[in-house]
Design a protein around this ligand. Sequence first.
Ligand SMILES: C[S@@+](CC[C@H](N)C(=O)[O-])C[C@H]1O[C@@H](n2cnc3c(N)ncnc32)[C@H](O)[C@@H]1O
Length: 421
Amino acid sequence: MSELVGSELVIEAGKPAHGGYCLAHIDQGTVFVRFALPGEKVRIRITNRSKRVLFADAIEILEPSPDRVPSVWPAAGPGGVGGGELAHVSLKAQRTWKRWVLQDCLTRLGGTQVAEQLSQVGLPQVQALGSDGDEHAKGLGRRSRVELTVSPAGQLGMHGYRSKKVIALDSMPLAAPAIRDLELFSRKAWRHLLKPGARVRAVAPSGGQAMVSVGEQVYGSNAKPSSRRRVQEIVDASGLGLGQLHYQVHVNGFWQVHPLAPTTLVREVVGQGLAGLDNPKTLELYSGAGLFTLPLSLLGAQVTALEGSLQAVRDGRRNLHDQGARLVQANVDAAAVSQYGDGAQLVVLDPPRAGAGREVVEAIGKLQAQRVVLVACDPAALARDLGLFVAQGYQLEHMAAFDLFPHTHHFETVCVLSKVA
Ligand SMILES: C[S@@+](CC[C@H](N)C(=O)[O-])C[C@H]1O[C@@H](n2cnc3c(N)ncnc32)[C@H](O)[C@@H]1O
């Protein structure tokens, strides 16, 4: 099949698949096509092959779908940067697409019990963030964190799709307004700081001015070196009766990227996690800088939180302001779960994209906690983890999905599981 790489052909795009692709079938096998929409007739160029499947980009749209729109992220598309795989799809159709992928992953990878439980709780809509008419509702201005790289020729840009090559950019329409106002691509003041090979991160916190890190050095929005290393993030937890919560997060540390994500996730995860439980003993895994740890503790949960990054643990300890929660730097594995989770009534876990995996889920199962809240940013990993939880005697009670990453194939899912007696 490798002789096909580089060749062009006309196909009809089929169903969406995980990763922002449409499926197409040709005599030589299955092709995963980017930048198409289901039902479209497109000319594709085969870009890659892996084992028995081919990858391709739609390079000419011969019969467009009514859901096709001009891309809001001009740098996406054949030969463009990674990300923005759905920027050519109307936002409404993006959410239908993601919902379809969620169902497909859960039923195909989760196993029959997950499929049965899903039919009982119902497949959730993928909810949009923001109000009608605002920038967020259009999926724009939604990145409070942007990572860029400087090319060998000194141009600021992003890596190409599956490539180390830096593609120069001149704008960043998905970035939060405070990042766009930095004018990283055009202001002279930045130019001498952006040396070839430098990794640049621009951060627009909800509680202060934008900052930029170039490697370890941090700059204020005026492009002058800053001794500050942390930004302030403010989360509206009034839905939980807590008012505004304040967090300090290292400029290079993990924080939810969509400006409305922290508030949305805190309401869902903490609200669902604590409903009907009285000051539960709680094990939180992959806790980051304490986004959920703080409101859980403020609402009376006795939390032990495990997080692998020392920087995030340091941030988390500052954010907890002596709330009584224990924040431990630990790699989440079976030994850590059983060491710190003894007697837990509630387990909250927000693993990285690959999911928690068998060893960790089975260790959680042994704790016999009455409730588990699982947050997942990858539907395939979610399906695998859910299948493992169900095999440990957990029942899916509730599922919600949020479009935290418009114009990409990513979205976030929150699941509430209860232990079957
Ligand atoms: C998706 S983030 C969630 C953080 C937090 N819940 C939030 O929303 O801000 C996942 C976190 O897991 C941490 N992490 C990843 N793998 C880990 C592991 N094996 N053990 C412990 N922590 C890990 C990362 O450092 C990151 O902070």
